[in-house]
Design a protein. Structure first.
Length: 96
């Protein structure tokens, strides 16, 4: 998939494993969604997901809605990543 590196100002080709490696190396992956998502409880709505690694097996996801960073976050283990991290469904993937 095409990923825009906002630090190096260039497009690159990367797969999910590459994105996970970038996160473990200290980078953040931003998934710009086609339309806002809402959680199953109707509590949280977002249009951008910001993913980063806490360590080799733990990840954190923060959220933005209409340019405003939300205070909420969720944590994920390496197994959650397989079901919750979906860059292939994003309109745009950015590496920051």
């Amino acid at each position: 998939m095409q990923v825009y590196d906002t630090v190096k100002k260039m497009q690159l080709e990367a797969n999910v494993e590459d994105l996970l490696r970038f996160m473990q190396e200290g980078r953040q992956v931003d998934l710009v969604l086609y339309e806002p998502k809402t959680d199953s409880d109707g509590y949280l709505t977002w249009d951008i997901e910001h993913w980063s690694a806490v360590d080799a097996k733990r990840y954190i996801r923060t959220y933005t809605l209409k340019g405003r960073v939300l205070r909420d976050s969720t944590t994920h283990n390496i197994y959650d990543i397989k079901t919750d991290f979906k860059p292939e469904e994003a309109k745009e993937v950015q590496l920051s």
